[in-house]
Write a protein that binds this ligand. Structure first.
Ligand code: AMP
Ligand code: ZN
Ligand code: ZN
Length: 360
């Protein structure tokens, strides 16, 4: 019989279990329930910063001056020199104090490095190892991502890319998910502007489904499905290196994709110039959503390619950034079917977003 110490230890350690019915991997992480929240309830007015006029909150771990409240720093921007003080930074990439996955330590023995090769069983599990980091996008408590200048947003984007490259060096890692939660009903627990990076030892099902679908399209047409987009009706805006659209079959009302004009498979290949250009277009899209939809909670996700990839996989996979304003909740139909009902036609949403002008 397992002793109390063993069962409480099992309760603490993250584990990734395979659901053999739906063919997907689920992360079990008890530590997640202990994370703090400064959103008391998910009210309809949960979208904005609760204290927007104050640049500093003594209880916020992400504020400049409160670095000691945070989990260890991985790197900061700008890179510090000998004269830098603890609080001398614009962007910080830190460990998550309540990681969904246990961080991989140097020289750690991994018992089951390839989940795909595990023997079929209803109790299939691997160690819950990976990376879970936080990117603090500004030292200022009152500043939102869309308040930053395009070069400043570019620095945040480059920090995402740099960290992906570091995580990709670990042979266990299969995919890195970058995402941002803004507002409590978009999943945020802290209001200070931040995004997150998770390094995963498996390829998530939506990534596999996306890549399979892009592969099928490429096989049938000889063209990448994102390079093939030419619709004027769905276009919102464009820049030197990117265009933004409401996708033809958007799952959510006012969903936006920002897509590189040139075929690139991996987000982390982005150079400085393209990062600033993306920063400008992302800022414009967030401001348009805010202006037209009354500052909604939102998520953004970077959809990139797994690693390693073959040359053939590179030919059909094209990275993009997806923004989803949280306007309607996810209900039983969506949870049960994995399908979505979108009440707004993409052409109409694109027109609403295209026609509003925002200052940059
Ligand atoms: P979100 O829940 O999307 O607002 O993301 C905030 C993240 O910050 C959560 O994943 C928390 O686990 C994490 N977090 C909370 N407090 C700290 C802290 N002091 N240091 C590092 N990460 C933290
Ligand atoms: Zn703060
Ligand atoms: Zn392409």
């Amino acid at each position: 019989m397992a002793g109390a110490a063993e069962s409480s230890e099992r309760g603490r350690s993250p584990e990734i279990r395979k659901d053999v019915i739906f063919n997907r991997w689920i992360i079990f992480s008890p530590a997640r329930s202990r994370r703090p929240t400064d959103f008391k309830s998910k009210s309809s007015n949960d979208n904005s910063n609760p204290n927007p006029s104050s640049s500093y909150s003594s209880s916020c771990p992400f504020c400049m001056g409160n670095e000691h409240l945070c989990a260890p720093e991985i790197f900061r921007v700008p890179t510090p020199d000998a004269s830098s003080s603890t609080s001398d930074w614009k962007v910080r990439v830190i460990e998550n104090l309540f990681p969904a996955l246990a961080h991989i330590r140097d020289n750690q023995q991994i018992e089951n490095p390839n989940p795909s090769n595990s023997a079929p069983t209803v109790a299939c599990a691997i160690q819950g190892l990976g990376f879970h980091n936080v990117v603090i996008e500004t030292p200022d408590h009152a500043v939102r991502l869309s308040d930053l200048s395009p070069p400043e947003i570019g620095e945040v984007i480059l920090a995402h890319g740099k960290r992906i490259l570091q995580i990709a060096e670990d042979r266990l890692m299969k995919y890195v998910q970058v995402f941002k939660n803004h507002g409590a009903s978009a999943g945020a627990s802290l209001s200070h502007s931040h995004s997150q990076i998770m390094g995963l030892p498996f390829i998530p099902p939506t990534v596999s489904a996306r890549l399979d679908s892009m592969k099928d399209y490429f096989g049938a047409t000889g063209e990448c499905g994102l390079c093939a987009i030419r619709s004027e009706e769905l276009l919102i805006d464009e820049s030197a290196h990117f265009f933004s659209i409401v996708p033809y079959a958007a799952s959510f009302p006012f969903e936006i994709w920002i897509v590189p004009r040139t075929h690139y498979s991996h987000f982390h290949e982005l150079d400085d110039e393209k990062a600033v250009d993306l920063g400008r277009l992302l800022k414009v899209m967030l401001m348009k959503l805010s202006r037209q939809l009354n500052d909604p909670p939102f998520n953004f996700m970077i959809h990139t390619s797994p690693f390693p990839v073959t040359d053939y996989q590179l030919s059909y996979s094209h990275w993009f950034l997806q923004i989803i304003p949280q306007l309607t909740g996810i209900g039983g139909f969506e949870l049960g079917s994995g399908s979505y009902i979108n009440p707004v036609f993409p052409e109409d949403a694109a027109k609403v977003l295209r026609e509003v002008n925002v200052p940059t």
